[in-house]
Design a protein around this ligand. Sequence first.
Ligand SMILES: Cc1cc2nc3c(=O)[nH]c(=O)nc-3n(C[C@H](O)[C@H](O)[C@H](O)COP(=O)(O)O)c2cc1C
Length: 309
Amino acid sequence: MADLSVRLGPLHLRNPFVAASGCFGYGLEYSGSIDLASLGGVAVKGLFMTEREGHPPPRIVETPGGMLNAIGLQGIGVHRFVAEKLPELHRIGATVIVNICGSTLDEYAEVARVLSDAEGVAALELNISCPNIKEGGIQFGCSLSGTHDVVSAIRKVTTLPVIPKLTPNVTDVASFARAAEDAGADAISLVNTFLAMAIDVETRRPKLSNVMGGLSGPAIRPIAVRMVWECHQAVKLPILGMGGIATLSDALEFIIAGASAVQVGTANFVNPFLWRGLIDGLDGYLDRHRIARVTDLVGQLDVQDRSLV
Ligand SMILES: Cc1cc2nc3c(=O)[nH]c(=O)nc-3n(C[C@H](O)[C@H](O)[C@H](O)COP(=O)(O)O)c2cc1C
């Protein structure tokens, strides 16, 4: 049995497979069918200070090799999460990564403070990359100074591991990774969804109520792998990579490109039972390649004889 455990700075995961935010509810919805403690971690749906309804339907559209969503960060708010969900997640031994949101820097810091005082939170993932809301979020994540400011503000109020989640909707993602590193992040996660839209040609109406949404799923995977590789070259921070992972081979691409751990989002809607196959499959792969620890595989891309122009 290979060592599947990974460290992302101060965050310890029993294996590199984490359920991605927004695609796994608050985790407990799946606890009847999946042992949440067997996952590397569970990144819960993004939380603001207060409850939000999100956008009206239609807010999901299937596309070739993926989906568009414009949920608009519907959520129960941080206080209800701490009171109603966190104790049970903690009791069953899940490694809980809380995805946090804010319309202002103060709100991000306040949500972080509430979670820092609660028992059972393993890390904070900062959602500065949601393409579906007007205020906060991506406005911070699309600006280098905004990224720096959110990470610094949260760094000041918590000792929990701080993991900003980067947007792919920028030209040079590596510079955002550097801004996060300079501001004191413990790790980075990438990618969030790609800003996109779909049109009903008969009605000439946008298919989503919000007009635009975020593209996820296998269609984005090669771009996400490239971005993980670019960030791995640019910073020392550990990386949680994601974007279209549905199979072990997909996950391995991210790990070899430089991700210490991976998240699975959209594929969970297709097959919520994919986790055991990923975990056992990784063990088998490492065994077959005589690699003792998954961490020995991180960033092992061999680019010899391949030239970058
Ligand atoms: C329906 C839906 C809801 C999402 N909600 C969130 C969210 O609340 N916070 C966040 O940071 N990312 C959210 N995401 C983005 C995913 O966590 C992930 O970054 C993205 O979908 C790419 O991974 P995937 O292709 O495996 O889904 C959401 C994605 C989907 C499809």
